[in-house]
Ligand binder design. Structure first.
Ligand SMILES: Nc1nc2c(ncn2[C@@H]2O[C@H](COP(=O)(O)OP(=O)(O)OP(=O)(O)O)[C@@H](O)[C@H]2O)c(=O)[nH]1
Ligand SMILES: [Mg+2]
Length: 304
């Protein structure tokens, strides 16, 4: 017998889709499990637009979390169709599905998600998030009982992603479903996304967080320059909006708003890249980009 083979360590590797309607805390959950901010988050729905992988390698187990855009209805631009398609496709070829809901209430949009996860051919775990927001803790048990009627879930786990409550239990459960297999990513890799992509998302997060209701959905960010010069990364980002009024809002009075967005984005980039960053932001109007398939593809919103 070949001794090398005999002593070879058995490894595990698997994919975990994080799905749910917008704003339930999917990206917060992935970031908090990984202990690293990879996916942008905000109080507004439809923050995430793409699949973003978060890779966690703990010794012999590699778990690849797939954060997805919130599945939604009622808007039908090309960007909405792209987001819904992206989220639905994550349900294929994964080993576990985490169906995230808000403990506060089950909505029609959750029914819409349920209709999709029902046919997943792997275990589906219902993750009941934001339990910290329930005024009365007594409410939780009857709520969990009601949610359990929706379909036969493998498990139902109440958590607070933001407050790191019960995440260790969720992680152990997820790991129990990860099959044997060769690890897909090197152990020091944490995402499939490029630094350019992560930089553009950070800018989009700051815009989403800084601005009022109507602007965020119509903003895209394109990285024009990403160059290393000595110890500094020089980054130029172009912010695309749909209308002239939105450009004025983003720039703000005497440029105050865009200055703030730039400062916050730079701080996050320096944390993520562990390097000094010089960031330049530009705003441009490109009407109709969010409903134009070709414009979307040129901005990187295209199916793999
Ligand atoms: N109180 C509380 N807030 C939370 C919790 N988890 C997430 N949030 C907040 O909920 C909001 C939405 O969080 P996201 O992680 O962006 O939600 P998402 O499901 O990824 O949203 P989309 O990308 O738009 O689909 C943010 O303001 C989070 O801070 C939680 O456990 N408790
Ligand atoms: Mg998200």
């Amino acid at each position: 017998m070949d001794h090398e083979e005999e002593y070879q360590e058995i490894t595990h590797c698997g994919f975990v889709a994080i799905v749910g309607r917008p704003n339930v805390g999917k990206s917060t959950l992935m970031n908090h499990i990984l202990g690293q901010k990879l996916s942008i988050t905000s109080r507004k729905p439809q923050t995430t637009r793409d699949q973003i992988l978060g890779v966690q390698t703990k010794g012999h187990i590699q778990t690849v979390y797939v954060d997805t855009p919130g599945l939604h209805k009622g808007q039908d631009k090309a960007i909405n169709r792209y987001m819904n398609r992206t989220a639905s496709s994550a349900l294929k070829d994964v080993d576990v599905v985490l169906f995230v809901i808000d403990a506060e209430r089950w909505t029609e949009e959750d029914d819409n998600v349920l209709a999709k996860v029902r046919y997943a051919d792997c275990p589906v775990v219902l993750v009941v998030n934001k339990v910290d927001q329930l005024d009365d803790k007594e409410e939780l048990l009857p709520k969990l009982a009601a949610f359990s009627e929706k379909m036969t879930f493998s498990q139902i786990i109440p958590i607070s992603a933001l407050r790191n409550k019960n995440l260790d239990r969720l992680e152990s459960l997820v790991e129990s479903y990860i099959p044997e297999g060769e690890q897909y990513y090197p152990e020091d890799q944490i995402t499939n996304r490029s630094s350019r992509f992560l930089a553009s998302e950070i800018v989009r997060e700051k815009i989403t967080r800084q601005l009022g209701q109507e602007v965020p959905y119509e903003v895209a960010v394109q990285i024009e320059e990403f160059v290393f010069e000595g110890a500094t990364i020089h980054i130029s980002a172009l912010i695309l909006v749909e209308r002239d009024g939105q450009k004025r809002i983003i720039i703000g009075d005497k440029g105050a708003k865009i200055k703030l967005i730039g400062k916050e984005a730079r701080i996050d980039m320096e944390n993520l890249f562990q390097q000094k960053v010089m960031l330049n932001l530009w705003v441009k109007v490109r009407s109709g980009w969010s409903d134009d398939e070709r414009a979307l593809a040129s901005l990187g919103y295209q199916d793999d």
